[in-house]
Design a protein around this ligand. Structure first.
Ligand code: NCD
Length: 305
């Protein structure tokens, strides 16, 4: 049984193929509208979500399939003390594929071991978020026409931001990608990522606090929210939450073809005045999330047959 728990579960070839399928869906949606007829996707969200859950559901509907699930732990038997393993076994009796978000790192792996149907990690705590990464890769590929030879700036909460962890891991497999990691000292990327991905693979990266001086070299600027729910203490969050606020003047010395991305939700880190800049691509990124999830559902269901 094939699952998607970590972005490394997919080869570069498979990712490139899925991006091609997503682009084909964008061009010819009618060719795909019955591909999942009679199939069911379950969305099990033990943590809040807008885009990830709704884009999974929209994706399945656009493939002609159906959707069931819950959007908060409180409305499932988790509130009665049921284990993730038992919930997954149960849902496998009703659905053909499962997308699951959970506050505990590693919960989707535990689920996948017990599951009779494919499990997709839709975000596990501060760890990974592979389907956001597929969304980001499709967006970068559509914006730039390539996934190699570029400088990617990631800015904000690089410690707890799971989308950042999966994106760095994924992009470090493409040639000549350089990373500029912009964060306060307390929110630097986890040591395991630095050691096991960046240093081990000899990837070119720098860590800095200074967004403005990094700006001119960036092809992609990936902004992130400070992850309030992962902090142990509210005081630290309040001190760090407004570390970076992207405003139009800060883009004065940016490249003309910079693409500004953000997994969303945004809190304060991008001023709404930036939305009108043609380089702001985060709402286009939202749209891409549905198409790449369609490609992913198709792939995993095909392989499960
Ligand atoms: C992200 C997440 O849930 O990790 N959101 C998303 O899925 N698009 C980013 C965030 O919550 O900051």
């Amino acid at each position: 049984m094939r699952h998607l728990i970590d972005i490394m579960d997919l080869s570069v070839n498979e990712i490139d193929e899925m991006i091609a399928v997503a682009k084909d869906i964008i061009e010819k949606p009618a060719d795909y509208c019955e591909k999942c007829k009679g199939r069911k996707l379950a969305t099990l969200f033990f943590e809040p979500s807008t885009r990830t859950r709704l884009s999974f559901e929209a994706a399945m509907y656009e493939l002609g399939g159906n959707v069931l699930g819950f959007s908060e732990a409180q409305s499932s038997s988790a509130a009665k003390g049921e284990s993730v393993a038992d919930t997954i076994r149960t849902v496998g009796a009703y659905a053909d594929i499962i997308a699951m978000r959970h506050p505990k790192e590693g919960a989707p792996v535990v689920a996948s071991v017990k599951s009779t149907v494919p499990v997709i990690n839709a975000g596990d705590g501060g760890h990974n978020h592979p389907t956001q990464t597929l969304t980001d890769l499709l967006t970068i590929s559509r914006e730039k026409g390539r996934l190699n030879n570029m400088t990617v700036g990631l800015c904000g909460d690089l410690k707890f931001g799971r989308t950042v962890h999966s994106l760095i891991t994924a992009m470090s497999r493409y040639e000549n990608v350089k990373f500029v990691l912009i964060s306060p000292e307390e929110l630097k990327i986890p040591e395991y990522l630095k050691q096991e991905v960046l240093i081990k693979k000899g990837i070119d990266f720098v860590e800095t606090r200074d967004l403005e001086s990094a700006m001119p070299q960036l092809d992609i600027l990936y902004m992130t929210r400070v992850q309030r729910e992962r902090f142990f203490n509210e005081q630290d969050y309040l001190r760090l939450k407004d570390s970076y606020i992207l405003t139009p003047d800060k883009l004065d010395n940016a490249k003309a073809d910079l693409a500004i991305l953000h997994p969303l939700p945004r809190v304060n880190e991008i001023s709404v005045a930036v939305d009108d800049d043609p380089r702001a691509r985060y709402f286009e990124q939202v749209r891409n999330g549905k198409f790449i999830r369609m490609a992913l559902i198709l792939k995993l269901l095909e392989e499960a047959n």
